[in-house]
Design a protein around this ligand. Structure first.
Ligand SMILES: NC(=O)c1ccc[n+]([C@@H]2O[C@H](COP(=O)([O-])OP(=O)(O)OC[C@H]3O[C@@H](n4cnc5c(N)ncnc54)[C@H](O)[C@@H]3O)[C@@H](O)[C@H]2O)c1
Length: 443
């Protein structure tokens, strides 16, 4: 009997889509077919078609502008639609794909606000189609190790969690050059970025969040903050301007990728990938602190700052039998022309996982090393999506719309709290999520 080939269409052909298209048409080509791509920008679709026919040794596929999404589904008959657009449009394509008889895979965040989240729940119920949310961070070796250790009961019942996430002035600043800085496009970093972190905590604890309280503000980037610190904002964007030693400058005409995927296609939609991080109309926060109470009683202390000299995170779990500390070091942002001489020895940074049992000596648990994007997580997730026989999954790392919702709703609640100053109840934002205490009870 002939093997069943799964037909895929993709909507949103920017930078991230390579993590789906490339494994689909190379490593997993025998079981899958890319039948069409869709975007608001013809230039970016042409860029990917060139790669498909060239370096990927596949072939160009039909392209459709966003207004012709329905036409694409009708003509190319995909089984599954992969959604990798700007976050604010995920729900539109997820819902429409399901209404037209397809399953859907969406990048995180599932969507950016509560009405859109409820609309996705409603579409899943109406159409009975499946939605996968791609939480690639669950698949990294270190985060999986933490799940294994906590599941073994190594620190007993978890009572409290502390997670500090650090974004540096390179990666963190990049969110303030692009659409991510507009909350109506991304939900702000609380949704766009923290969805990864909230998802990890939900999954590590196997718990559903209940209430959120916090503070958030734009304290570093943006025109007003620049003015307060005496920084002169001389240009709205970096490309085409004399940026001197500006450590935040990003030039799109320098490298091939930035030129072909963003600078050249500007002529179609005016999307600028290199806006000044100290420009106007930034609505996202760069400084956020939250308290999250889970339905199991556990409390999470969370912070995210996006303007730091180095990047990474630390998460500490306090339990009835001890404490587990896990740290990831992702590196700093050193600009040679501005670097000061170190005033002492350079520290050695390394990711590590340490268990502190009550009344015993602490010990380090070795973190396995894996190859591939995002710490080795991207290839493992691609295998789950595209392989006909993916390895059996022991740690519950695949996620559907229920777990997708549990993660974004913390950020959505935080955004509401920043506006109202009130404790936000998550169940009220999306009653359809139900009353489950455990994340594993959700799809
Ligand atoms: N899991 C991860 O680690 C990870 C990493 C990066 C990005 N992402 C996610 O991937 C998605 C894409 O991010 P990116 O970095 O590729 O951004 P990008 O800006 O490079 O690409 C976004 C694409 O969406 C297109 N688009 C915008 N509005 C659209 C609309 N209405 N209809 C159809 N297409 C539209 C744009 O033209 C662009 O081609 C986002 O949801 C982001 O959150 C996830």
């Amino acid at each position: 009997m002939a093997r069943k080939i799964t037909r895929y269409a993709v909507v949103g052909t920017g930078g991230r889509v390579v993590n789906f298209i490339d494994p689909m048409v190379t490593r997993f080509e025998a079981d899958n077919e890319l039948v069409g791509i869709c975007d608001t920008n013809q230039g970016r679709m042409d860029f990917h078609n060139k790669r498909l026919a060239g370096e990927l040794k596949y072939h160009a596929v039909p392209t459709y502008l966003a207004r012709d999404f329905d036409k694409m589904i009708k003509e190319t008959k995909p089984d599954v639609v992969i959604v990798t657009t700007v976050d604010a449009f995920h729900h539109q394509y997820v819902i429409r794909a399901m209404e037209l008889g397809c399953d859907a895979v969406t990048e995180k965040p599932m969507t950016i606000d509560a009405p859109k989240c409820r609309a996705i729940y409603d579409a899943v119920k109406r159409t009975k189609r499946k939605l996968r949310v791609t939480f690639n961070y669950r698949w990294a070796p270190g985060t999986t190790l933490v799940k294994q250790l906590l599941s073994s009961g190594i620190i007993g019942d978890i009572i409290h969690v502390d997670l500090e996430y650090l974004l540096n002035t390179s990666h963190g600043a990049d969110y303030f050059r692009r659409w991510h800085r507009e909350k109506d496009k991304s939900g702000g970093l609380m949704v766009h970025k923290s969805t990864h972190h909230f998802d990890l905590v939900n999954w590590w604890l196997d718990a559903v969040p209940q209430e959120v309280y916090g503070y958030g503000r734009l304290a570093f980037y943006g025109k007003e903050n620049a003015k307060k610190r005496g920084i002169k904002v001389k240009y709205d964007r970096y490309t085409g301007n004399d940026t001197g030693n500006d450590p935040f400058a990003l030039k799109l005409d320098g490298s091939g990728y930035m030129l072909d995927l963003y600078r050249e296609p500007e002529k179609y939609d005016g999307y600028q990938r290199d806006r000044n991080v100290f420009g106007e109309n930034i609505t996202a926060e760069d400084t956020m602190s939250l308290l999250v109470k889970y339905r199991t009683g556990v409390v999470l202390n969370y912070s995210l700052n996006a303007y730091l000299p180095r990047e990474g995170f630390g998460v500490m779990f306090n339990g009835t039998k001890g404490r587990l500390e896990y740290r990831e070091e992702h590196g700093g942002h050193v600009v040679e022309a501005l670097a000061q001489k170190p005033q002492g020895e350079e520290p050695i940074y390394k990711s590590h996982c340490v268990v502190h049992p009550l009344f015993s000596k602490p010990y380090e648990v070795k973190i396995p090393v894996a190859e591939g994007g995002h710490g080795g997580s991207d290839p493992l997730l691609a295998e789950q999506i595209f392989s006909k026989k993916p390895p059996k999954e022991k740690w519950g790392r695949n996620a559907g719309h229920g777990q997708g919702a549990a993660s974004i709703l913390i950020g959505i609640a935080a955004n509401q709290c920043f506006k109202t100053g009130k404790v936000i109840n998550i169940e009220k934002l999306c009653p359809a999520m139900g009353k489950a205490k455990r994340l594993s009870e959700l799809t």
